[in-house]
Design a protein around this ligand. Structure first.
Ligand code: ATP
Ligand code: MG
Length: 369
């Protein structure tokens, strides 16, 4: 894999660096505020966040179609903040970007090449290579309407790869596809990333997609990155209440820290119920916090087995095929969802009193103030 020359960037493995980047479209509201973000050479980085959080804007600034209001963007140590898009060596698949319907697949791919005055022979070489990369060798003569949704998406991908870029940007490329095709294309794109060793920056608001495809995920909200980390860390150790709410399914209990001993904290709710959990550094007694715990980490305890985290009553039992989801109300009135294996949940009824437990490391405390 080609690496940027060392000594240019502070860290050799950084390909893209956003430094203090801010963006406003109307001169008043910042849709990106003070963004510092590194993309490592060869990684699959996903920008994940709700609608309007600034994902496309970030990608457009990297591609060169939008100019930052403040700050700089560098690629391989070179400041490209004001370099025009076609001189950046970046391939891009746009959000909802369609193929030209009146051109064949090969003509669609040839278009950006002829615009740049590349001769016929070289064009054909590029096209064959790009079609080969997305496994559409035999379909160059087809019209877009003669292709399935997934094949069309692969052509869009081939077009992004046609100039042999070191960096590929993709903005919700699978948004229009049905679930099955989407999953198939996720595997294709991931395979392409692994085969070609390119750096990918991928935008989605689908957390499942982000969790399965990425080396790292940057979670965006309101133009800020809340956390950038590998999928497992994002899922198991959300760094902010927003990430805990946004990723997966989380029980959330608000309260105040009573005591902290080492990594363990005791959190008391308004009603006086107490929970033992793990505190990140910087959490101290008296602090207002949110306790977050995944439903799959909440277990039913047999009386006498282990130390219960709470006593609760079953408010609802919902069948999900491979598990039951129990809706529980604790003595203090907190609502907690638990995922129970089918075997364990058999014989339970609404109104039953149960003991629930969790490992303190699965219950994490996040500062809310
Ligand atoms: N060309 C524009 N002119 C003015 N405001 C814009 C423009 N493009 C985006 N915005 C605003 O900037 C903010 C961020 O938009 P952006 O398109 O980056 O969000 P996004 O995270 O890609 O959302 P989505 O998931 O819906 O695609 C939004 O509030 C949006 O309305
Ligand atoms: Mg967008």
């Amino acid at each position: 894999m080609d690496r940027p020359a060392s000594g240019i960037t502070a860290r050799e493995d950084v390909l893209v660096r956003f430094s203090g980047v801010a963006k406003t479209y109307d001169g008043r509201t910042l849709v990106i505020s003070d963004l510092d973000l590194d993309v490592r050479t060869g990684e699959f980085l996903t920008l994940l966040g709700p609608s309007g959080s600034g994902k496309t804007t970030t990608l457009m600034m990297l591609a060169g179609f939008e100019v930052p209001t403040r700050g700089t963007i560098s690629v391989a140590g070179r400041d490209i903040t004001r370099v025009p898009p076609h001189k950046r060596g970046i391939g891009m698949v746009f959000q909802n970007y369609a193929l030209f319907p009146h051109m064949t697949v090969a003509e669609n791919l040839a278009f950006p090449l002829s615009v740049r005055g590349i001769g016929r022979e070289e064009r054909e070489r590029h096209i064959a290579r790009a079609l080969d990369m997305v496994r559409l060798e035999d379909l160059g003569g087809r019209m877009p309407v003669q292709l399935s949704g997934g094949q069309q998406q692969r052509v869009a991908l081939a077009r992004a790869l046609i100039f042999n870029p070191q960096l590929v940007l993709m903005d919700e490329p699978l948004g229009a596809l049905d679930r099955q095709l989407r999953e198939h294309m996720q595997i294709e794109i991931k395979g392409l990333h692994e085969r070609l060793g390119l750096t990918f920056v991928y935008v989605t608001h689908d957390q499942g997609e982000a969790l399965t495809m990425s080396d790292r995920i940057a979670v965006f909200s309101d133009g800020r990155v809340h956390q950038i980390a590998p999928p497992r860390d994002i899922y198991d150790a959300p760094a902010t209440p927003f990430v805990a709410r946004f990723i997966g399914d989380n029980n959330r209990i608000t309260g105040r820290v009573e005591t902290v001993e080492g990594e363990l904290a005791v959190v008391a709710t308004k009603s006086g119920e107490r929970f033992v959990c793990t505190a990140l550094t910087g959490i101290g007694p008296g602090q207002e916090v949110m306790l977050s715990i995944r439903p799959e980490a909440v277990t039913l305890l047999q009386p006498g087995a282990g130390v219960p985290a709470a006593e609760a009553r079953i408010a609802a039992i919902v069948y999900h095929g491979d598990h039951f989801r129990l809706h529980l109300t604790t003595r203090g009135g907190e609502t907690i969802a638990a995922k129970a294996p089918v075997r364990e949940a058999q014989g339970l009824s609404i109104g039953d009193d149960v003991l629930i437990g969790w490992r303190p490391e699965d219950a994490r405390v996040l500062a809310t103030a």
